[in-house]
Design a protein around this ligand. Structure first.
Ligand code: IPM
Ligand code: MG
Length: 371
C-alpha cells in the first residue's frame, strides 16, 4: 500500500493526472500493490480566490509523502512567474529535490525530427541539477539614485549574501547563480551511480570558458568525483556545443549531467528529438525525502477540457514514480504498455492519431492488464 499525493494543477493538468492514476492503478492490480491517492487543491484557481500559492500547511502535509504526482501549473489570468516560482520551484527547493531526472528516449513507433535516427540512437538520460545555479532567486533591478534592496523572493530557502550593489547606470538588473561544492558533489554522485548502471558514459555540461567562476568550480568537482568512478568514461561538453551534438549524434550520449539552467534549455531540445513535449517526463528527486514526478510540458490552458491532451508524458512520469518507490517491474510494464499503445496507434492528435485523452490513457491501462 502506497500513499501518493497528487496535484492536478491548472489547464490540462487534472485531465492528464486522471489518466496517470488510471494506469498506475492498473499496474498495482497486476503487480500487487494499492495506491491511496491524496489530492491537493493547489494552483491558479485557489490562488485567484484565496491568494495562496503554497501554504505552510500544504508543505507540512506534502512532506508526509514520499512521492507527489504533479500535473501542470500556469494560467493566463496570473502573471508569468508567480505560479511557476510560487508553486513548482518552491516545491523543488523546499523538498530539496536536487535531481531533475529527464530520460530522452525515442520509443518504438514514435517519429523523431532527426533524419536517419531511430530508437537505438536516442536513449540517454539528462540529470539536471535542480536547486542551484541561476534558479536560486537572488537578483534585483534598480534605477539611478535609488538604493538597491536585495530581492529575496523565496524566503523559505534563500541564501543571503548581504549584497549592496549601487550603480550610477540609469537602470540595471542582476541575477546571481551559485554552485556549491556540496550541491555539485551530490548531483555528480547521483549521475555517476546512474551511469554505472547504464552504459558507463557520463557527459558534463558547462560554460566554463566564459562563466569560469561558477562553472570552473562545477568542472573541478566533476573531475574530482570522476576519480572515484574509474570505470565510467567521462567528457565535457560546452552547452552550446551539446545542442549541436544532440541533433547530430544523439547516440553518443548515455548520461548527461548539467547545471540547472542549461538543463532546462537542453531538455526541451531533448523532448523534441524524442518525439515532442507530449512524450517527455521528468522526476524531481530527493533520494531521502519527498520527490515529485511531472510531465515537463506546461498546462496548455487553451486545450483544457477538450480531451485532446496527450497523457503519455504524465503516464511515463508515473513510471518514473513507480521506479522511485521501488516498483521496478511495474515501472517497466508501464513503459512497455505506452510503447505498445503507440505501435497500435491508439494515440492523440499531436502524434497523428485520433484518440482522445481518456481513450489513450484507458488503452495503456488495458494493455498493462493484458501483458
Ligand atoms: C521545466 C520548466 C520550469 C523550469 C519552469 C516552469 C519554472 O521549464 O520544468 O523545465 O524552468 O524548470
Ligand atoms: Mg523547461
Amino acid at each position: 500500500m502506497y500513499k501518493i499525493a497528487t496535484i492536478g494543477g491548472d489547464g490540462i493538468g487534472p485531465e492528464i493526472i486522471a489518466e496517470g492514476k488510471k494506469v498506475l492503478d492498473a499496474a498495482g492490480e497486476i503487480f500487487n500493490f494499492d495506491i491511496e491517492w491524496v489530492d491537493f487543491d493547489i494552483g491558479a484557481k485557489r490562488y485567484l480566490s484565496t491568494g495562496n500559492l503554497l501554504t505552510e500547511e500544504d508543505l507540512s502535509e506534502l512532506s508526509k509523502f514520499k512521492a507527489i504526482y504533479f500535473g501542470a501549473i500556469g494560467d493566463e489570468r496570473v502573471k508569468p512567474g508567480i505560479l511557476e516560482k510560487g508553486i513548482l520551484l518552491t516545491i523543488r527547493f523546499y523538498f530539496d529535490q536536487y535531481v531533475n531526472l529527464r530520460p530522452i528516449k525515442l520509443l518504438k513507433g514514435v517519429e523523431t525530427p532527426l533524419a536517419n535516427k531511430g530508437p537505438k540512437d536516442i536513449d540517454f538520460v539528462v540529470v539536471r541539477e535542480n536547486t542551484e545555479d541561476f534558479y536560486i532567486g537572488i537578483g534585483s533591478r534598480f534605477k539611478k539614485n535609488q538604493k538597491t534592496e536585495l530581492t529575496v523572493e523565496r524566503e523559505l530557502y534563500s541564501i543571503k549574501f548581504g549584497l549592496d550593489i549601487n550603480s550610477d547606470a540609469d537602470e540595471i538588473a542582476y541575477q546571481i547563480g551559485v554552485i556549491s561544492r556540496e550541491g555539485a558533489q551530490r548531483i555528480f554522485i547521483y549521475a555517476f551511480d546512474l551511469a554505472q548502471r547504464r552504459k558507463r558514459k557520463l557527459t558534463s555540461v558547462d560554460k566554463a570558458n566564459v562563466l569560469s567562476d561558477i562553472y570552473g568550480l562545477w568542472r573541478e568537482i566533476f573531475t574530482e568525483t570522476a576519480k572515484v568512478y574509474p570505470n565510467v568514461t567521462t567528457e565535457f561538453n560546452y552547452v552550446d556545443a551539446i545542442t549541436m551534438w544532440f541533433v547530430k549524434n544523439p547516440e553518443w550520449f548515455d548520461v548527461v549531467v548539467t547545471p540547472n539552467m542549461f538543463g532546462d534549455i537542453i531538455t526541451d531540445l531533448g523532448a523534441m528529438i524524442q518525439g515532442g513535449l507530449g512524450l517527455a517526463p521528468g522526476g524531481n528527486i530527493n533520494p531521502k525525502g519527498t520527490s515529485m514526478f511531472e510531465p515537463i510540458h506546461g498546462s496548455a490552458p487553451k486545450y483544457k477540457g477538450l480531451g485532446v491532451a496527450n497523457p503519455i508524458a504524465t503516464i511515463w512520469a508515473g513510471s518514473l514514480l513507480l521506479d522511485h518507490i521501488g516498483e521496478h517491474e511495474a515501472a517497466s510494464a508501464v513503459l512497455g504498455a505506452i510503447e505498445r499503445s503507440i505501435q497500435n496507434s491508439i494515440i492523440t492528435k499531436d502524434m497523428g492519431g485520433s484518440a482522445n485523452t481518456a481513450r489513450a490513457g484507458s488503452y495503456i491501462a488495458k494493455n498493462i492488464r493484458r501483458s
